[in-house]
Design a protein around this ligand. Structure first.
Ligand code: OGA
Ligand code: MN
Length: 200
C-alpha cells in the first residue's frame, strides 16, 4: 500500500488559497481510506503515553487527556514515513507559494480515549516553540456527528467552526492565530498531529 508522495497540485492550490484568505483549511480525503485504515491499525498497536502540559511537563486530565507518540525515523512504520514524506512536499510547496519559511515538521500520533478532551489553547505563543502552522490528519472511520470529538476552531470572539474528525481529513491553521479545543467523544479518536516550524 502506498501514500502518493506528491500532493495533487489542485489540492495544493486550494490549501494555499484557503490559508491566504482565511488562515485555516479543511481538506477532506487528503489521504485515501485504505491508507487511513492501516494508519489507524498501526496507531492502535504502538505504545502511546499520556501527554503532558506546562514546563516541566505534567499530566493534567483537566487540560488534556490524550496519549501521544512522537514519530521519528526509528519508531515509525513505512506508511507513517510515507505520510511524513508527503508533509515534506507540502512544506516545500508552502514555502514556494506562500513564502512561509517553514524549516521542519514534527508530528505525533494521538489517541483520545472516550471522554478525553483538550481544553481551549493556542499551539504557539511568543514564538517560543517556533510553531508556524498546525496540522491534524484524522484516522477515524465512519465517524458520525453524534460521536462528538469535534475540533472547535475559534475564528474570533463570537465565531467558531467545528470540524468532525473524519478519517482522511486534513486540517491546517496558523499556530499563533487560532485558539482551538478538542471536544470529548463517545468513541476513541485517533490522529497524526504535526507542526511546521520556523528555524529555531
Ligand atoms: C493539539 C490539538 C487538535 C485535534 O494536539 O494541540 O489541538 O483535533 N489537536 O486533535
Ligand atoms: Mn492544539
Amino acid at each position: 500500500m502506498k501514500v502518493s508522495p506528491l500532493p495533487d497540485p489542485a489540492i495544493l492550490e486550494k490549501i494555499t488559497e484557503l490559508l491566504t484568505s482565511q488562515g485555516w483549511a479543511v481538506i477532506e480525503n487528503f489521504v485515501p481510506r485504505v491508507v487511513i485504515t492501516q494508519l489507524a491499525q498501526e496507531t492502535r498497536q504502538q505504545e502511546l503515553r499520556r501527554a503532558g502540559v506546562g514546563k516541566p511537563r505534567t499530566v493534567n486530565n483537566d487540560i488534556r487527556g490524550d496519549h501521544i507518540l512522537w514519530l521519528d525515523a526509528s519508531n515509525s512504520s513505512k506508511l507513517q514515513q510515507a505520510y511524513l514524506k508527503l508533509t515534506e512536499h507540502l512544506r516545500l510547496a508552502l514555502n514556494r507559494d506562500m513564502r512561509l519559511g517553514l524549516f521542519e515538521f514534527e508530528a505525533h500520533l494521538a489517541h483520545y480515549p472516550v471522554g478525553a478532551f483538550y481544553r481551549k489553547h493556542l499551539d504557539s505563543f511568543q514564538q517560543d516553540n517556533h510553531r508556524v502552522l498546525s496540522s491534524v490528519l484524522y484516522l477515524n472511520q465512519d465517524w458520525q456527528t453524534e460521536h462528538g470529538g469535534q475540533l472547535r476552531l475559534y475564528l474570533n470572539s463570537d465565531k467558531h467552526v467545528d470540524v468532525l474528525p473524519h478519517g482522511g481529513t486534513l486540517v491546517l491553521f496558523f499556530s499563533d492565530q487560532f485558539w482551538h479545543e478538542v471536544l470529548p467523544a463517545t468513541r476513541d479518536r485517533l490522529s497524526i498531529t504535526g507542526w511546521f516550524k520556523s528555524r529555531s
